[in-house]
Design a binder for this molecule. Structure first.
Ligand code: SF4
Ligand code: FES
Length: 247
């Protein structure tokens, strides 16, 4: 495939940035999107030009590092991570626009790389269990009903990629936050800190500049792990309960 790429270039946080057009040729449909960018970078390197900065790590859909806005869609046209998107999702002659995540809480560092430290600071605010759970218990010592275990596992699939924020017109982080609250709140070990956790994490969410949820649903549609919107209902319920309990 021969493609036209319009890629966001920005030398640093204070640079205004803009789209730059590149042509790539002989792209295999079996390449991943990131491999296609690797090919372009090899050409830029060979020409003595500055390669395009973008993030990736596992390239297996599990680390959450690789988010890009591809022709207006977070992670591109398929419901997957950018590293698991393949060029067979495009056709010969296409023009593809590639931009970084856009959100106040995700400042651009360079080109397509954004600082997603705001998600880490939300986790630091309460996305953990510090209750003493003792030494490793027998497998059945703390029974967890199957429906709760399944829901905790579902929510734990969130990889912190930030696509939900990028897709949301409000740049809300509430799908991510709802996933973390649901993951820990479904388990017995998560109960001692449940009220404190939700209040602290919501405060950090708002402090970071994420917007509020207005039930648009773009977050869920973009989420590569299929985190459902009802984790946001759980988040709101937990917050109301915590405030009622005097938190
Ligand atoms: S909820 Fe989905 S889209 Fe949002 S950070 Fe987690 S995995 Fe990514
Ligand atoms: S590079 Fe790890 S999820 Fe894409």
């Amino acid at each position: 495939m021969d493609l036209t790429l319009k890629i966001w270039r920005q030398t640093g946080p204070d640079d205004k940035g803009g789209l730059v057009t590149y042509q790539v040729a002989d792209i295999s449909p079996d390449m991943s999107f990131l491999e296609m960018l690797d090919v372009l970078n090899e050409t830029l390197n060979a020409q003595g030009d500055e390669p395009i900065a973008f993030d990736s790590d596992c390239r297996e859909g599990i680390c959450g590092m690789c988010g890009l806005m591809i022709s207006g869609h977070a992670h591109g046209p398929e419901r997957t991570t950018t590293c698991q998107l393949h060029m067979r999702s495009f056709k010969d002659g296409d023009t593809i626009t590639v931009e970084p995540w856009r959100a106040e809480a995700f400042p651009v560092i360079r080109d397509l790389v954004v600082d997603r430290g705001s998600l880490d600071r939300m986790i630091q605010a309460g996305g953990y269990i510090s209750a003493n759970t003792g030494s490793a218990p027998d497998a059945h010592a703390t029974p967890v009903p199957k429906d709760k275990a399944d829901r905790a596992f579902m929510a734990a699939e969130c990889i912190g990629c930030g696509a939900c924020v990028a897709a949301c017109p409000n740049a809300s982080g509430m799908l991510f936050l709802g996933a973390k609250i649901t993951h820990l709140g479904e388990l017995p070990q998560g109960q001692p800190e449940r009220d404190a956790r939700v209040v602290s994490m919501v405060n950090q969410h708002d402090h970071e500049g994420f917007g509020g949820c207005t039930n648009i649903g773009a977050c869920t549609s973009a989420c590569p792990k299929g985190i459902p919107q009802d984790v946001i209902s759980q988040l709101n319920l937990d917050l109301r309960t915590a405030l009622k309990n005097g938190r």
